[in-house]
Write a protein that binds this ligand. Structure first.
Ligand code: HEM
Length: 164
């Protein structure tokens, strides 16, 4: 199945990643609710570690599929070079959205990994507020904003490239 399952002309892995981008925001909102309101630090840690692992595997599979199997996103958008779906001026516009998306998509895993690793090493076990809380809250909210913007701009890219 090379056309995905959402009914558009994208690839299977693009559709998988779009679903992951939609699901990540409510999952993160739940995790922050759990830590901030319920003060359930163990569940917050477990959700964050699981989310990190799922996103890592999904993004790796997506990149291998897009770069190695398809040879770049242009080949997915314009599958048939004789009959391109997007003309050059539209392709240029989609490329601009993609550039903005990549700023967030590249910084997110770095920030996410730093937040996760520092939390893992510096919080007591089981996790509890400590001297690391101040830095963790800053990194945690930054990571949250970064991944939310990755999600919004990723969905914008999918929309302009395959839906509109
Ligand atoms: C990238 C992964 C993570 C993100 C994005 C994240 C995000 C957050 C955010 C936004 C808060 C602040 C909530 C508030 O304003 O009160 C928070 C609090 C907290 N997180 Fe995380 N977190 C992550 C991973 C972890 C991990 C792996 C642990 C444990 C090992 C952990 C333990 C805690 C604790 C103990 C607090 C409460 C801090 C306090 O209220 O003093 N977090 N996290």
């Amino acid at each position: 199945m090379s056309n995905g399952f959402l009914g558009y002309d994208a690839s299977l892995m693009l559709d998988v990643v779009v679903c992951a981008l939609v699901l990540v925001v409510p999952t993160l909102a739940y995790s922050i609710y759990v830590v901030k309101i319920r003060r359930n630090y163990v569940r917050h840690r477990n959700v964050q570690v699981a989310l990190g692992a799922v996103l890592l595997v999904t993004v790796l599979a997506f990149e291998i599929d897009l770069q190695v199997v398809h040879g770049g996103w242009e080949n997915v958008v314009n599958r048939d070079p004789d009959e391109p779906r997007l003309p050059p001026e539209r392709l240029e516009f989609v490329q601009q959205i993609l550039r903005v998306h990549l700023v967030f998509a590249i910084s997110t895993p770095l920030l996410w990994a730093a937040t996760l690793l520092l939390a893992w090493r510096r919080f007591p076990r089981p996790p509890f507020p400590s001297a690391h809380s101040r830095l963790h809250k800053r990194l945690g909210w930054l990571s949250t904003a970064d991944i939310a913007l990755t999600s919004v701009t990723g969905l914008m890219f999918y929309y302009v490239a395959f839906v509109a």
